[in-house]
Write a protein that binds this ligand. Sequence first.
Ligand code: HEC
Length: 126
Amino acid sequence: MKYRHLTITLLITSLLSPLALADAKNDTEMKKLASASGCMTCHGIEAGKPGPDGMKPIGPAWSDVAKQYKGKPGASEFLTRVVLEGSNPYSSHWKGKVSGLSMPPNAVAITEGNARQLVNWILALN
Ligand code: HEC
């Protein structure tokens, strides 16, 4: 009886602990949504990964985006708009840091609700 309890406790602990340890970076649902929406063609999650042919990455790493907008009021709303409508190549926000000049509008590939969800997840990285 005693051992059965222990076994069950161990089983539950081993099933739950990976979930408890999982941080934002391992959110598979968000990663799937990002891949399905085509974001990962141009973005990485972690900083420091080079882009194609060893150039700068096409778009900023999302952990850098989180750093850049940390504590800025309205960041979620602002970035959701940028994701849906794209950015202006004549006033790049990431000039010199990435090889892409601007982000194309993603509204063709993602709904506003999903874009907002992704942006909030991005802002919670780090
Ligand atoms: C074709 C390449 C490409 C795709 C696809 C793409 N992005 Fe981007 N993204 C960029 C580039 C380039 C920038 C930097 C724009 C700039 O310098 O203003 C950027 C910037 C961003 C930023 C920061 C915006 C800012 O103004 O600081 C966020 C957030 C972002 N992308 C999220 C996404 C999400 C979410 C998706 C998928 C729905 C996505 N991106 C798809 C290329 C892309």
